[in-house]
Write a protein that binds this ligand. Sequence first.
Ligand code: CUA
Length: 331
Amino acid sequence: MTASRGCSRGRWLAALAALTAGCAAEHPQSALHPASPESREVARLWWVMLAVYGAVTLATFSLLAVALLRRRGDQPGSPPGGSVRFVVVAGIVVPTVILVGMLVHSLRLNAAFRPPRGDFTVRVTGHQWWWEVRYLDQGIVTANELHLPVGAVVRLELTSADVIHSFWVPSLNGKMDALPEHANAFWLRAEAPGVYRGQCAEFCGLQHARMAIDIVAMPPDEFERWVARRRAPRPAPDADEARRGRDVYFAAGCDACHAVQGTSAVATVGPDLTHVGSRRTLGAGTVPNTRGDLAGWITHPQRLKPGNLMPATRLEPDELHALVRYLEGLR
Ligand code: CUA
């Protein structure tokens, strides 16, 4: 009996785990699907506020309905002073108690938002309109995605190269501004593997909406492998076409804006392309990183994301193909 109950409980837990894992995939950008202690506090505060203010709204509109339905003189015996007491209690005392109570409750949450000790530091720089991600301890540079090991606390140095942006990954933490010429200390941690979507949360220009970042939380050993792969020396492309693509990269002037480690391309105007082949999206979440979208991005970046700094690159079809092969191989 006990064994079968334990078994059925195990099954329930497995079903619950599958359900919540499904939630993370279905709600990659939701403050109501928390995956860290900080975002759980935010979600809890939201539900408390919804309950309390929902009850207040319900009570207020119920009283309004009573007032509208009752006519003056319905209760001839009621003293005229009774309504004054009601206004004082329901209009001043009750709202004061509720508002002060909610203020104290939300201020107590500040304790949950003291930066914990970080395991390593990543500098995240907002650009119009993409995120530069620099692993200061590991020496890795990428863009628009941040990989981290589950359970670790990643210390963030948040800053901006141009205007004010705001870094927000709703499932993992609150918001923090990314300001030019100033670094704000922030942090991220994830309790379960998965991809958590973040979004710039401060209007920063035409393509503010297309300024996403993917936080990829992976098991610690997988993260170690991810780091090791990216720190390994970059081999020269092995296929003829990819080698030709590397020549096109320099001939077409891609190196004027984009760095590729291990080559003479060191510019930092646009995203570092050293690992571009392994990225999930292009243009900070604008299109998936497929061969066709990569070719489309190179030839028509303004059609996909009008106003971004990248000019269109005119190439012969075979040059474009070679360049795409080269970039795909940068993993
Ligand atoms: Cu960056 Cu909005």
